[in-house]
Design a protein around this ligand. Structure first.
Ligand SMILES: [Zn+2]
Length: 270
């Protein structure tokens, strides 16, 4: 940091100028210093930059060298400036900058932050620890994360299959049940009727089961439209003939044998 240059700056005057100008460059021009010098001055004086309403582009451009020097990851840098990893990544990309995120030593804070990020990621999106580390762009080792999770008594195994979508099945968090030799049961929600069932993984993955047995049989039952007196061999053909939404019809007939959609009354055949 160039101290001779910084001595020319006075904190209150700098903050006053920044209060009226959102762009670092404009404020720096007004103060007759280089933008990077102004930014470094703010950081050196512990100014809370989030109060200044600076643009993401400015914070990316002038914060870059600090992050790079301290080995800050893209995720951590994004969190620091209150944006997402995607936005910061594309902003840096536009500026021709690339954050390597390489730190010589991984400190306890880095581990703690990584474990928190991985936990949150897996609990909301499902998947494995290596998947989460890759998606989050974290260079910390899987073993380190696992050890810390064990210490904290956090078990992410029930989320491994969670939130996967197989046709109209959504896998719910929970441990698979190994009742069969070559397959496992996963707790799933049928998205047509909202009810929960245990479904064999092989049937989900192969597409043999697309929804619960009630919904599957309803979909193939004949449907009568009361207003027109017409009969259709399935919900899909009834929906396309009357131009109503198939999803709306399917949902309507999931619980009851009769429902109204868009002025038509649909009745499942007995
Ligand atoms: Zn169902």
């Amino acid at each position: 940091m160039d101290t001779t240059n910084n001595q020319a700056l006075e904190l209150s005057a700098v903050l006053k100028v920044l209060g009226s100008k959102r762009r670092i460059k404009l404020a720096a021009d007004a103060l007759s210093v280089e933008p990077q010098v102004l930014y470094d001055f703010l950081v050196a004086n512990d100014v809370d930059l989030s109060d200044l309403n600076l643009t993401v582009t400015d914070r990316a451009r002038y914060g870059f060298q600090h992050w790079e020097d301290s080995g800050t990851s893209l995720v951590a840098a994004a969190a620091e400036i209150g944006t997402t990893r995607t936005v910061l990544g594309s902003t840096l990309n536009r500026l021709g900058l690339y954050l390597s995120g390489k730190r010589t030593r991984t400190g306890p804070e880095d581990i703690e932050r990584a474990v928190t990020d991985v936990t949150q990621y897996i609990m909301t999106k499902g998947g494995s620890i290596p998947d989460a580390l890759r998606s989050l762009g974290l260079s910390i080792s899987e073993a380190t994360v696992r050890n810390r999770l064990r210490e904290k008594d956090i078990d992410l195994a029930p989320y491994f299959y969670a939130y996967r979508r197989y046709n109209d099945w959504l896998v719910l968090p929970g441990m698979p049940q190994y009742k069969y030799e070559n397959d496992k049961l996963l707790r799933c929600r049928c998205l047509r009727c909202g009810k929960e069932f245990d479904v064999l993984y092989n049937n989900l993955a192969s597409g043999k089961s697309k929804c619960c047995i009630n919904c599957a049989s309803n979909c193939n039952r004949a449907v009568r439209v009361l207003e027109t007196g017409e009969n259709y061999s399935s919900m899909r053909s009834a929906a396309s003939a009357t131009l109503v939404s198939y999803t709306a019809l399917r949902t309507g007939l999931a619980e009851n044998d009769e429902c109204s959609v868009d002025g038509f009354t649909f009745q499942l055949a007995a």
